[in-house]
Ligand binder design. Structure first.
Ligand code: GLY
Ligand code: MN
Ligand code: MN
Length: 317
């Protein structure tokens, strides 16, 4: 039995639980050890992630081809089109597709997907394909349904883009994970101050005693990625969230800004706007490589890519 206690995780499979007594801390220790072993990806794993990400890029292209500029389509049509690509080019989606028309983008992990796109509004899609070895991508893009961002949408998009860019530029071996987070959040806080939404300075909002900016940023800058979408989640804090990056880590960078439809602290025209940008980043000896570079990031590149996909028209895998 001691052998079994050293070699299994409880709480995952009732058949295993039935023959292994509750082991308290030992389960947590094993989960932590497995998570920590997964932190640095080898070449084969990186190739699997790239395979999943490349399929995900094709899935986003498929979707952009079926979202018209001038009328609504259902979030579930988008989920279905992406799901077809996932089943054809990989094993499945790596997590339930998050397809957010307009204000649904302000609800994190919106998976009900029962809304309709609206010309003039934004479409946030957080989707990832799991390849046949079960490694998953995790990518988010926010598109202007009508084809071009309105000036206000563009202003918010550019803040999120700047945060995303700053986060990616900060990534290299030896950098603290928490510092990448602070880098992304500072750019968001400065953008919120410039928008006039933050009624204190970015410095005051970044003070740990305040963190007022978090009303509109809602989540951390990202997480490790691999065979799980939130990979290595059981790692001890000093090996992960409070630790430093190492070559071979693969992690997301995914800052966002979210203005709830009923948020009376922001101007009416911002209410219901939610924007996130998420890419999958490999830490290398020299710095970082964006594995999901196959999708555009800058606002004008997103607009041009959307137009190209629409011109090309729908396609089957
Ligand atoms: N798709 C889940 C996440 O971005 O963490
Ligand atoms: Mn993510
Ligand atoms: Mn995501």
């Amino acid at each position: 039995m001691n052998q079994a206690r050293r070699g299994v995780r409880c709480g995952l499979d009732p058949r295993v639980d039935a023959v292994v007594p509750t082991t308290g801390n030992r389960d947590r220790e094993l989960a932590a050890a497995i998570s920590e072993l997964k932190l640095v990806k080898d070449e084969w794993e990186i190739a699997q992630l790239q395979d999943a990400i490349d399929a995900t890029v094709r899935g986003f292209e498929d979707v952009a081809r079926v979202v018209p500029a001038d009328r609504g389509v259902s979030e579930r049509l988008i989920e279905g089109v992406f799901g077809l690509r996932a089943r054809h080019d990989g094993n499945d989606v790596g997590y339930g597709s998050i397809v957010c028309a307009g204000p649904h983008a302000t609800i994190l992990c919106w998976k009900r997907n029962d809304g309709l796109t609206v010309p003039g509004q934004l479409l946030l899609m957080d989707m990832g394909i799991e390849n046949n070895h079960l490694y998953t991508a995790d990518v988010t893009r926010t598109l202007p349904v009508s084809g071009t961002f309105s000036p206000l949408q563009r202003e918010v998009y550019d803040i999120v883009y700047a945060s995303h860019q700053a986060g990616m530029e900060a990534i290299k071996p030896g950098v603290k994970v928490a510092d990448v987070h602070l880098t992304c959040m500072r750019v968001l806080a400065e953008g919120l101050a410039e928008l006039g939404v933050l009624r204190v300075s970015a410095d005051e909002a970044m003070d740990p005693a305040s963190m007022l900016y978090r009303r509109w940023t809602l989540h951390s800058f990202g997480h490790m990625l691999g065979i799980d979408v939130h990979d290595c989640a059981a790692a001890r804090p000093d090996h992960y969230r409070e630790g430093e990056l190492s070559a071979g880590n693969v992690l997301t960078v995914e800052p966002g800004l979210y203005f709830q439809p009923e948020d009376d602290m922001v101007p009416a025209e911002l209410r219901g706007v939610g924007i996130r940008l998420e890419d999958d980043i490999l830490v290398t000896a020299e710095g970082a490589v964006n594995l999901s570079v196959g999708l555009p990031r800058r606002a004008e590149e997103v607009e041009a890519w959307l137009a190209t996909q629409r011109d090309a028209g729908p396609r089957l895998p």
